[in-house]
Design a protein around this ligand. Structure first.
Ligand code: PMP
Length: 321
């Protein structure tokens, strides 16, 4: 690793060098967004972030930001839990995001990463009275996990962080160690993704996704008190399941073994999109193929996010024109 990092650190070059980023009220080049080695958040994980997607529609020659305001609203909530303020309105943040994408001439599916973090060069762990910074970068992004054939999951041996230790409803940089433990364990054991239980043993969520199961045509998902991130994709799917599929949606505690005997299972998130799960802990989900409700939701979701579903254009902010 050191041999890869060393030359890059010397030259300051990476494949993103020439892109524009937003840093504390200004547009600067990626390689000019200098963060000192003592940056507090680098050592203590004292920051919070968002992950937003923008979808490219070639026929419409348009890039659509998905649920940008909702993401900045959640960023503000995460920041307030961390005692950090964001000195810009949601509208300003959305406008800047669109501006960076235009400057970067983003004409492909793109990921946007806003980060609010303690940038003080300070030794000592605390949250209050420290300088913070706001950073936004963009990078092209295709699939994060497979969405077509269905993925294989394991129940993680790592439990989800409880609200009384590190709140999962805030998207806190340092808390992603919990997800990283689970994801690495799953991948190194030959699975595609981890499903984590809350500390009381109920189902919580994936390493970076919320979870839904279908049982007897009811769409069930852990409620927001199960140590989950209050996912934006989760909200969108709840709406689609109710309004388009006519399914009853229930938010409640889920036992691990309910997942073994459900008809359909899926993970969802900005990165993950809608990812069907066809196997969990060596048990087939349903008949081991992607279920019909899941496939229908996925089709609807993908056409809505790409701007092909006029009913859901209010989810989107066009970047060009
Ligand atoms: N849970 C966790 C832990 C996540 O990191 C994510 C991804 N942001 C999600 C759920 C899904 O949330 P969203 O749909 O808002 O991206």
């Amino acid at each position: 690793m050191e041999t890869q990092l060393a030359p890059r650190a010397r030259t300051g070059l990476s494949r993103y060098s020439d892109t524009w980023v937003f840093l504390d009220g200004e547009m600067v080049r990626y390689h000019d967004a200098y963060l000192p080695p003592m940056t507090h958040a680098l050592h203590y994980g004292t920051g919070c972030f968002e992950g937003i997607r923008a979808y490219w529609n070639a026929e419409q020659d348009q890039l659509f930001l998905l649920q940008a305001e909702a993401h900045y609203k959640r960023l503000r909530r995460s920041a307030s839990i961390l005692r950090l303020d964001i000195p810009y309105s949601d509208t300003e943040l959305v406008n800047w995001t669109a501006e960076i994408l235009r400057r970067n001439n983003a004409r492909t599916d793109t990921y946007i990463r806003p980060l609010v973090f303690i940038s003080a060069e300070e030794i000592g762990v605390r949250l209050h009275d420290l300088q913070r910074s706001v950073l936004i970068y963009t990078a092209p992004l295709g699939e994060y996990i497979a969405t077509d054939a269905g993925i294989r999951c394991m129940t993680s041996s790592w439990r989800r962080i409880p609200d009384f230790a590190i709140p999962a409803r805030a998207k806190i940089s340092g808390s992603y160690i919990n997800s990283a433990f689970a994801k690495t364990e799953a991948l190194e054991n030959g699975y595609d993704e981890a499903i984590m239980l809350a500390s009381d043993g109920h189902v919580s969520e994936g390493s970076a996704e919320n979870l839904f199961m279908v049982r007897d045509d009811v769409f069930v998902t852990p409620s927001v008190t199960e140590d989950i991130l209050e996912g934006i994709t989760r909200n969108l799917l709840i709406g689609l399941a109710r309004n388009e599929l006519g399914l009853q949606v229930v938010e409640r505690s889920i036992d691990r073994t309910e997942l073994y005997t459900c008809d359909e299972l899926l993970l969802c998130g900005t990165g993950a999109q809608v990812s069907p799960v066809v196997e969990l802990d060596h048990r087939k989900i349903g008949d081991g193929h992607v279920g019909r409700h899941t496939r229908r939701l996925q089709d609807l979701y993908f056409s809505a996010v790409r701007g092909d579903e006029p009913r859901y254009r209010h989810w989107l902010t066009p970047v060009y024109g």
